[in-house]
Design a protein around this ligand. Structure first.
Ligand SMILES: Nc1nc2c(c(=O)[nH]1)N[C@H]1C(S)=C(S)[C@@H](COP(=O)(O)O)O[C@H]1N2
Ligand SMILES: [Mo]
Length: 301
């Protein structure tokens, strides 16, 4: 049997939610993220605070930031259903030897499918633990063979104000644009998401393709990606364009650097009563701190 709209995600590849729930307590977050060909010793050392319970599916899919539809987190779920997912193409271009365009339906066949349970920390102070499925974004980028001039990777979201009613407002410069340095984008934790809780990615979470960059604030993880552009110069990103003093290019989670209007020291995990301390690089420092050697972490917000 096939899911309509997601012909490449077959039922046999889907983990039912009750299996996820059974595994909840056993899961070591970092171990899961690093279990795919990476050293387990390293993974276990990486994240002492593991075994975080996963956020309920209803919260992950009912409390969303997605300004193309609304800045009301609870309204996004309903408004996003207006989005048509087919046809949907993704173009990789710019500083590459082999630019290409593919259909979102071919992502699974070309790049496969694995599960990653990642913490997600929004710059606003709330957080979740999300079981994503998808593939390392490096696979998509490598296929286009970046040139030596490719220093940055820009991710562009869909612009279609006929369906995305939030785009009829000037809440952000459209289309939504985010970007990474190329070594950040090629890092094995940088993930291209096509599914959630073993099911095709819901529209409100960024179907058919979004990023999950777990050591960065959530705004770096663009949804509804249609274009990936390799660039020599650092691209302009939507949030940095709107409010450069509040949202930097890096967006690395850092409890010591306050947002101009609030502290980032603690976070509210959706579904929990007590706040938790926010960790440097959202708890992924062991894996990613090397990317920023020699740079002042305070400039990396
Ligand atoms: N295209 C697009 N991508 C986006 C956003 C957005 O408004 N538009 N919001 C970002 C922010 S601020 C966060 S916190 C996450 C939220 O992802 P979620 O709704 O799946 O939890 O998506 C990010 N990706
Ligand atoms: Mo966010």
């Amino acid at each position: 049997m096939r899911f309509s709209g997601h012909p490449d995600l077959r039922e046999s590849q889907v983990t039912p939610q009750h299996l996820f729930d059974q595994r909840r307590r056993k899961i070591m977050l970092a171990a899961t993220a690093w279990g795919m060909g990476w050293s387990n010793r390293f993974a276990f050392a990486a994240s002492p605070e593991t075994a975080d319970p996963m956020t309920a599916l209803a919260d992950i899919t009912g409390y969303n930031n997605y300004y193309e539809f609304s800045n009301d987190k609870k309204a996004v779920k309903v408004l996003a259903q207006a989005l048509t997912l087919q046809p949907w193409t993704i173009t990789v271009e710019g500083e590459v030897e082999k630019p290409f365009t593919l259909d979102a339906d071919d992502l699974f066949r070309l790049f496969g499918h694995e599960e990653r349970i990642y913490r997600l920390r929004c710059v606003e102070g709330w957080a979740m633990v999300v079981p994503w499925s998808g593939f390392a974004i490096s696979k998509l980028i490598e296929r286009a063979r970046p040139t030596s001039r490719a220093k940055f990777v820009e991710f562009e979201s869909l612009k279609r104000s006929s369906e995305m009613i939030g785009q009829r407002t000037g809440s952000l410069p459209w289309p939504y644009r985010e970007a990474l340095r190329i070594d950040e984008a090629m890092h094995p934790l940088a993930f291209a998401v096509t599914g959630l809780y073993g099911q095709p990615l819901p529209k409100q979470n960024g179907a058919p393709l979004r990023l999950a960059i777990p050591w960065k604030y959530g705004f770096k993880s663009a949804k509804a990606i249609t274009r990936i552009r390799l660039a020599y110069e650092q691209p302009t990103t939507s949030w940095a364009q709107l409010a450069p003093s509040e949202y930097g290019f890096y967006g690395n989670v850092n409890p010591q650097v306050s947002h101009p209007r609030w502290s980032q020291a603690r976070e509210n995990r959706i579904g929990e009563l007590q706040k938790r301390p926010t960790l440097p690089f959202n708890g992924y420092a062991e894996q990613v701190a090397d990317l920023y050697k020699g740079m002042d972490p305070k400039t990396l917000f």
